[in-house]
Design a protein around this ligand. Structure first.
Ligand SMILES: NC(=O)c1ccc[n+]([C@@H]2O[C@H](COP(=O)([O-])OP(=O)(O)OC[C@H]3O[C@@H](n4cnc5c(N)ncnc54)[C@H](OP(=O)(O)O)[C@@H]3O)[C@@H](O)[C@H]2O)c1
Length: 251
């Protein structure tokens, strides 16, 4: 198999959750490969810092303040992207949240937020990206950042509805693939499922100090490398789901 990112040079990639962790690493890799990357997230100041840091590279980066859990904001962002930058070639659905709580006593608003961002936001962005690709006859690529929790339930407690949201991403990957086959489309959809990765997600969600307790973690760059691999495949090859775990990880 000949792997190449050449076909994407100068093309538009949208990356959600581009202000931290895995999203930043994916943005950096795509910009290094010469893409024009539009990053969506809520923390505009972080996006502005990233714009400054990536200026002068092979590709370019532009950040847009968008809450992926608010459909109208996502719709407005894709309209702006198409108008100001051009049609979408790649969408990486990376934005995701989890909160350390329970199903028995958990916070209902937090459960809704997990589904609004991890599932509905992903579907809205996917629908809009595919509409842009089809309007311009682009054989683009949708990449979902899923999780090992999308395939089996983590052994530690506190993940509540998060594994259900990621199991939904696993189902959505195959549902979309079948829709694309039915439409005779050459647009690809792939899922990349990281195991534990050293990002701020654990602090943000209430698992304080988890990444410093000696268990193995991937680096965000490892997942960005996996995304580049998936995008580099020739037209007849579609990676369906790539599960990536750190060596020594538990079940
Ligand atoms: N780290 C892991 O161990 C791990 C393992 C498996 C899967 N994953 C998945 O990998 C993806 C990235 O996780 P990460 O570890 O890089 O997390 P992170 O460091 O906490 O970053 C999360 C990103 O998502 C964005 N985001 C969250 N809510 C958003 C919203 N409503 N609208 C727009 N952007 C939003 C955040 O930006 P703002 O806060 O600025 O909006 C941030 O850029 C997630 O889908 C996660 O489920 C992570």
């Amino acid at each position: 198999m000949v792997l190449s990112m050449e076909k994407w040079k100068g093309k538009i990639a949208v990356v959600t959750g581009a202000s931290a962790g895995i999203g930043v690493a994916i943005v950096e890799h795509l910009v290094d490969h010469g893409l024009k990357v539009i990053g969506l997230a809520r923390r505009k100041e972080r996006l502005t810092d990233l714009e400054k840091r990536l200026s002068g590279k092979a590709g370019s980066f532009h950040g847009l303040k968008v809450d992926i859990g608010v459909s109208d904001e996502v719709i407005a962002a894709f309209e702006k992207i198409e108008k100001d930058f051009g049609p979408v070639h790649i969408l990486v659905n990376n934005a995701g949240v989890v909160y350390n709580t329970t199903i028995m006593d958990g916070n209902i608003e937090q459960w809704k937020s997990i589904f609004d961002i991890n599932v509905i936001g992903l579907c809205v962005a996917t629908k809009l990206a595919i509409a842009s690709m089809r309007k311009h006859n682009i054989d683009g690529h949708i990449v979902h950042i899923n999780s090992t929790s999308g395939h089996r339930i983590p052994v530690f407690l506190g993940t509540n509805v998060y594994p259900a949201s990621k199991h939904a991403v696993t189902a959505l990957t195959e549902c979309l693939r079948l829709e694309l086959v039915d439409a005779k489309s050459k647009i690809k959809v792939s899922s990349v499922s990281p195991g534990p990765t050293d990002t701020e997600i654990f602090e943000v969600s209430g698992w304080h100090g988890l990444t410093t307790r000696g268990s193995p973690f991937l680096k965000p760059e490892d997942i960005a490398d996996a995304v580049v691999f998936v995008l580099s495949t020739p037209p007849h090859v579609q990676v369906h789901d790539m599960i990536v775990k750190p060596v020594g990880a538990g079940p």
